[in-house]
Design a protein around this ligand. Structure first.
Ligand SMILES: Cc1ncc(C[n+]2csc(CCOP(=O)(O)OP(=O)(O)O)c2C)c(N)n1
Ligand SMILES: [Mg+2]
Length: 355
């Protein structure tokens, strides 16, 4: 087993060189923020393609879950949060948001490949990873459980007098919004006026269940008023729009306007996980505007605004591929966990000096 100090000092992978100031948002720095978000999206897409390929080669135990088509929304949230101050509860399609929030690539490869040097030390797989002491929560479930965890973290800070202008963000899917956990969590946030930002990715399916079989309201955004939240709808295939809308929602929560609900409309451009070929998906959705690939749309937006050249986009792709390959190669040389050497105490509490 690694000594505590060594676990805390595990090497972080390099992050793309576009620096995003902590306070950056679409209004204050549109070009820098847009390009940073684009590069996190690209890195997330390439990292997940690599993970899916390792899964098909039988190198990964458990599932691989992909955020293909959801990177714009996820990255827009990540760049609008402040690492070290805010609380972030990403879900299974939030690789881009995780990276933008500051998760090193190697945290993902170590968790997926079961390295004992990863943040979960090989105990928890795939998307069940985080660094709770840094406000980056390890997900319990995709189906609403994290909303009340974020509420609890915010409420604890309020009671301690350390809340300041921090916010907490919880991601959720369309299907997850129909669970009791989601209802209880958002209702509580509204009653307590917590600075919670709930980001709903309406990707048209909950596993194989289409939205027509999930809820009876015309638009999930209609629910915001029922809870007493401010609601913000956005085209989730459009990075510019996501940066603007998510940035506004985060700023409103930060400024004390209570919980905010963002509902993004997009399409899951993949199966539920790498094991699922999504044969049940309506092909008409893929051909419709909702089926646009946000990464391609963002590349076109960058070129149209003259914020980047095609050569720069190509260079960033090559750099991202190299970073992913480096992380995978390093992880594959690392030891798997040894059950007999484990202390089995909670990773986020005693051993790392927390709680
Ligand atoms: C209590 C429970 N039931 C079922 C599952 C399996 N499950 C995980 S995600 C998911 C669908 C979630 O759909 P949605 O909220 O729309 O999110 P998406 O997968 O589309 O991102 C299901 C059924 C689970 N994790 N927990
Ligand atoms: Mg869904």
């Amino acid at each position: 087993m690694l000594p505590v100090a060594e676990v805390a000092a595990l090497p972080r992978a390099a992050v793309p060189p576009v620096a995003v100031p902590a306070e950056a948002n679409a209004a204050s720095a549109p070009r820098a923020t847009f390009l940073a978000a684009y590069r996190w999206m690209l890195l997330a897409r390439l990292l997940e393609e690599k993970l899916a390929s390792l899964y098909r080669a039988g190198k990964i135990q458990g599932g691989v879950y992909l955020g293909t088509g959801q990177e714009a929304l996820s990255a827009a949230l990540g760049v609008n949060l402040r690492r070290g101050q805010d609380i972030f509860a990403p879900l299974i399609r939030d690789m881009a948001g995780r990276l933008a929030f500051g998760e090193p690539v190697i945290d993902a490869t170590r968790t997926y490949l079961g390295s004992s040097l990863g943040p979960m030390r090989g105990r928890d797989a795939n998307i069940h990873r985080g660094r709770p002491r840094e406000g980056y929560l390890a997900m319990i479930s995709h189906l609403g459980a994290m909303v009340s965890v974020v509420n609890g973290a915010l409420f604890a800070r309020r009671l301690r007098g350390t809340l300041g202008d921090s916010v907490g963000a919880a991601c959720i899917g369309d299907g997850g919004t129909s669970t009791g956990a989601f209802h209880e969590g958002v209702n509580q946030a509204a009653v307590e006026r917590l600075p919670l930002v709930v980001v709903v990715a309406n990707n048209q399916y909950a596993y194989s269940t289409p939205t027509s079989r999930q809820f009876g309201c015309a638009d999930l955004l209609d629910r915001a008023a029922g809870y007493g939240c401010e609601g913000h709808g956005v085209d989730g295939t459009d990075l510019l729009a996501c940066l603007d809308t998510v940035g506004r929602a985060v700023a409103r929560a930060r400024a004390g306007h209570g919980p905010q609900m963002v509902v993004a409309t997009l399409l899951r451009l993949t199966g539920h996980g790498a094991h699922d070929d999504a044969a049940y998906m309506d092909p008409a959705l893929r051909a419709a505007p909702v089926g646009r690939d946000c990464l391609k749309v963002a590349a076109e937006q960058a070129i149209a605004a003259r914020w980047a050249t095609p050569a720069e986009l190509e260079q960033w792709r090559a750099e991202a591929v190299a970073e992913v390959e480096r992380a995978v190669a390093q992880t594959q040389r690392e030891p798997l966990p040894d059950a007999k050497q484990e202390t089995w105490c909670a990773l986020s509490t005693r051993e790392l000096g927390g709680g």
